[in-house]
Design a protein around this ligand. Structure first.
Ligand SMILES: O=P(O)(O)OC[C@H]1O[C@H](OP(=O)(O)OP(=O)(O)O)[C@H](O)[C@@H]1O
Ligand SMILES: O=C(O)c1cc(=O)[nH]c(=O)[nH]1
Length: 187
């Protein structure tokens, strides 16, 4: 397994193939009739929680995402509950950057905050997402972070289904960085 920074397109390709093989081996690629978070129907589903609960696959994701994070001018790694949390935690361990967890909704007791971690207005974040389809879930999280004054510049997604997330994030001035796209994974 390569842990060094890829110097060439070929090394990125080798890494991509390693991740594709791991995703298939852990049973993350499923075919059938599925309804997605956005309400869309799909004939396939990336059961990415199979990947994030499999230590070998999670390690591959964390190392590959960490290589991307080291190229970015960011100081915090964020993940939206639920799927983004194990990924962001693993990348935080790998990069030693602080972790921020974003809740999907506010708890009406305790701290009543959507954030777990130390979020400061000057922070620049990269957000980890497991799958992007419409990009709606992660866009919502970006907006809630930005209300505090902090900024999310990048979103690393393990699998981008290529159904509009890149464009949606561009509208809010955030860059989508997929580790794998659905068209490569389903080849
Ligand atoms: O790009 P979108 O169209 O928003 O779809 C992708 C989102 O849907 C899934 O989350 P889900 O709502 O299933 O939540 P979970 O992580 O709590 O399982 C996935 O983890 C992404 O967050
Ligand atoms: O859009 C979604 O909700 C979605 C699609 C997919 O392939 N996998 C997943 O976990 N969520």
């Amino acid at each position: 397994m390569s842990q060094s920074k890829p110097e060439t397109g070929n090394e990125f390709e080798t890494q991509k193939q390693e991740l594709i093989a791991a995703l298939k081996a852990c049973g993350a690629v499923r075919y059938g009739d599925f309804t997605l978070a956005s309400g869309k129907k799909s004939k396939y589903y990336i059961d990415i929680k199979k990947a994030s609960t499999d230590p070998k696959t999670l390690k591959i994701i964390a190392r590959q995402a960490a290589l991307r994070v080291r190229e970015m001018d960011v100081d915090t790694v964020a993940g939206v509950e639920l799927g983004g949390v194990p990924l962001a935690t693993a990348v935080s361990l790998e990069t030693e950057l602080p972790l921020l967890i974003v809740r999907k909704s506010v708890k009406d007791y305790g701290t009543k905050s959507r954030f777990v971690g130390n979020l400061k207005p000057e922070d620049r974040l990269v957000m980890l997402e497991d799958v992007t389809t419409s990009g709606g879930s992660v866009k919502d999280a970006i907006e809630v972070v930005r209300e505090t004054g902090a900024n999310v510049k990048y979103v690393i997604t393990v699998v981008d289904r290529e159904e509009g997330a890149r464009e949606k994030l561009k509208e809010v001035d955030a860059e989508l960085v997929p580790l794998v796209s659905a068209s490569d994974l389903l080849k």
